[in-house]
Design a protein around this ligand. Structure first.
Ligand SMILES: [Zn+2]
Length: 168
């Protein structure tokens, strides 16, 4: 069963609930549900209804306490089809300050399903110029590397899920 059928039959109402909370949250949930992203992170507060909706899509969820340098602690919500990915995220980031180190970018890139080439380029030079179409870049969560050979093969899936979500 492909994503469109599944949306139509099983989880349409649940996805609508998430979309009512936030389009991007529903988009991340669907990308994760389809396995395009092993794990996703939502940094805004989530209520129980949102967690129930995510679980209704077959995702495991967890809240992770983070710290901001010189600031208050806050909770992130992470979700994945597998507990393993939640555990890897928690092992690296639970109770840790938010940072943008190369190590963090690499671990996040791995868990969020970003192409390794794009992660490496980003570590060297964030948001380096590329010739990728901006309307396609806009529906991604990673910055595409110049001459990327992986992102073009992901685009049809991101576009399809984005389109389905817009139509719901
Ligand atoms: Zn790349």
């Amino acid at each position: 069963m492909d994503v469109a059928e599944r949306c139509n039959r099983e989880i349409q109402a649940t996805i609508r609930d998430l979309k009512a909370v936030d389009f991007e949250l529903a988009y991340l949930a669907l990308l994760t549900c389809e396995g395009i992203k092993p794990l996703s992170r939502w940094e805004k507060p989530t209520d129980d209804r949102t967690l129930i909706a995510l679980r209704g899509m077959g995702l495991y969820t967890e809240r992770i306490r983070r710290k901001v340098r010189l600031g208050k602690a806050f909770d992130e919500t992470i979700f994945s089809r597998t507990c393993m990915h939640l555990e890897i995220y928690a092992a690296h980031f639970r109770d840790r300050p938010v940072d943008k180190s190369a190590e963090t970018v690499r671990v996040e890139g791995f868990l969020f399903g970003y192409p390794p080439c794009c992660v490496s380029h980003y570590v060297r030079q964030p948001y380096a110029p590329h010739e990728f179409p901006m309307q396609q870049q806009a529906i991604l969560f990673h910055w595409t590397c110049r001459g990327c050979v992986i992102t073009p093969s992901l685009i049809p899936y991101y576009e399809r899920i984005h389109r389905i979500l817009q139509a719901l």
